[in-house]
Design a binder for this molecule. Structure first.
Ligand SMILES: [Zn+2]
Length: 502
């Protein structure tokens, strides 16, 4: 709105209107946003915020590398400052952006790194490459069985090649734990990073008791500067919450208990997302469901019955089918009107599934930055799925036209709401594009809806929390391609300026 005035009192927005109709109260501090864009605070509905912080502290950042030698060089650089024999961990490599177009294996690492254990996680988090020293410390040999829902890749001789798909636990247990101080310092860094990108709230998509404790400690110590909605991961945590009678919504405006999170498949990058038909670039596999449909159904039913919102990670069309079926069954058994159960990622959709998602009232929690990263010609979606199924990826237009609630997040790949908004508006599949206003709504009001908080936040209206993002320019007047280049000018949470561009 031109010449609008937003009046904030304490934590809340108390009036919004045209200049002349609404006047700022006497003595109010004025922020002049003329020529700028005032948006509701952006809410990332699916991110791994706590881990992102630790990554910023400890992990070698391999995103942006364009070849295996380039990634290896970054690891070698870190090694120089790492005491002999200690772990070097890295994250963010993406074979679809590498010249070699293949996973890195232990063969790439062993000659250079014989002494230090190395673990390099792919951008998606579903595949880790380790060297021989790490395999040794983790006790992984040719005799080790594949874990349920995961896979240890092996060479012709049966020896592990250092590529582990959806088998993170096998390695993580061998890596010395990170201290609470580092976790908290990381969370603080993650909050500052989020605020600098205009983000005022996150849904952390997978926490156990330790993770929740870290958030509570951050809240107590005044380090939690963005709002967090938490998803519980792991049978023990979910059962524990249910046993205590803790339900979705418990907590306060800064830190709230969210959903029970389950995973039915992996990722397209790791070729573990569950598809109906084989992978285009590996006809041997249709992906790797993490559990039997019956098991998922039981877990979803139990969480639903205990009053928790359910969030199911499902990426491939077959994974999504299983997720919809599980929610459908739970609702048949115990109908609940306003459940807002969610499918996380929800990437490769058939039109029948879109209809069922709408009918059942499922929230599609999606990451538009994925299309910016991987949906273009020759990108990951095309490589894994081929031309016909490429068109099924992230069909925002169809979903919105059908009336499905779509909440946007980033999955921290990369964490950047404005890049996500840009990606949705410029979707490489033209018929899947949505408007700027729609993309902003998915990243604000619909993300708030996905946490049952649309009455509290997600729009600039009287009676809502004063979470506001101001962009340094008028994005509505820019060509669509330029949206991502507009810097954030200011970010307010609870009516306080938490970030200001220098
Ligand atoms: Zn995730």
């Amino acid at each position: 709105m031109e010449d609008s005035v937003v009046v904030i009192d304490g934590d809340w927005i108390v009036a919004v209107g045209r200049g002349g109709e609404v006047e700022p109260p006497e003595g109010a501090e004025l922020i002049d946003a003329s020529g700028l864009t005032v948006l509701p605070g952006l809410i990332d509905a699916h991110t791994h915020f706590l881990s992102m912080g630790v990554r910023m502290m400890r992990f070698v950042d391999l995103s942006g590398t364009s070849s295996i030698p380039e990634a290896v060089d970054l690891v070698a650089e870190r090694l120089k400052a790492t005491p002999r024999g200690e772990w070097v961990v890295g994250r963010g490599w993406d074979d679809s952006k590498w010249e070699e177009r293949r996973y890195i294996t232990k063969e790439d690492l062993d000659p250079l790194f014989p002494e230090h254990p190395i673990a390099l996680t792919r951008v998606c988090g579903h595949l880790i490459t380790v060297n021989s020293r790490a395999l040794e410390l983790a006790g992984i040999t040719r005799e080790t069985h594949d874990p349920p829902g995961g896979k240890i890749d092996r060479g012709a001789d049966g020896e592990p090649i250092g590529v582990l798909r959806d088998a993170r636990r096998l390695i993580e247990k061998a890596i010395p734990p990170i201290s609470e101080e580092v976790w908290l310092e990381g969370l603080k860094k993650a909050c500052d990073h989020a605020l600098s990108l205009g983000c005022t709230g996150v849904h952390d998509a997978g926490l156990d008791a330790f993770g929740l404790r870290m958030y509570q400690a951050a809240l107590d110590q005044g380090l939690l500067k963005v709002r967090a909605y938490t998803m519980l991961r792991g049978d023990a945590s979910i059962r524990g919450a249910a046993d205590l009678g803790l339900q979705t919504g418990f907590g306060n405006e800064m830190l709230r208990l969210g959903s029970a999170k389950f995973l039915i498949d992996g990722s397209l990058g790791a070729r573990t997302a569950a598809l109906f038909e084989p992978y285009e670039d590996d006809p041997e596999t249709k992906g790797l469901p993490r559990m039997e449909p019956e098991e998922l159904n039981e877990k979803v039913k139990a969480a639903h019955a205990s009053g928790l919102q359910v969030a199911i990670h499902a990426i491939g069309d077959r994974g999504i089918e299983l997720a919809i079926n599980a929610i459908d069954e739970a609702l048949r058994e115990a109908p609940r009107k306003d459940h807002r159960h969610r499918i996380e990622h929800c990437e490769i959709l058939t039109s029948g599934q879109i209809e069922r998602i709408r009918e059942l009232g499922i929230v599609a929690s999606m990451q538009p930055n994925f299309v910016g990263e991987w949906s273009g010609p020759g990108g990951l979606y095309e490589a894994r799925l081929g031309g016909r199924r490429l068109r099924q990826n992230n069909p925002y237009r169809l979903l919105l036209d059908e009336g499905v609630r779509v909440a946007f997040g980033s999955d921290s790949m990369p964490f950047n709401p404005l890049y996500g908004i840009w990606s949705a508006v410029n979707h490489p599949i033209r018929q899947s594009r949505i408007s700027l206003e729609e993309a902003v709504k998915c990243y604000t009001l619909d993300s708030a809806y996905a946490s049952f908080e649309e009455d509290l936040k997600g729009s600039v209206e009287p009676g809502k929390l004063a979470d506001i993002t101001i962009l340094d320019g008028n994005i509505t007047e820019l060509p669509a391609e330029d949206i991502r280049n507009v810097p954030v000018y200011m970010t307010l949470v609870n009516g306080k300026i938490m970030y200001k561009k220098r």
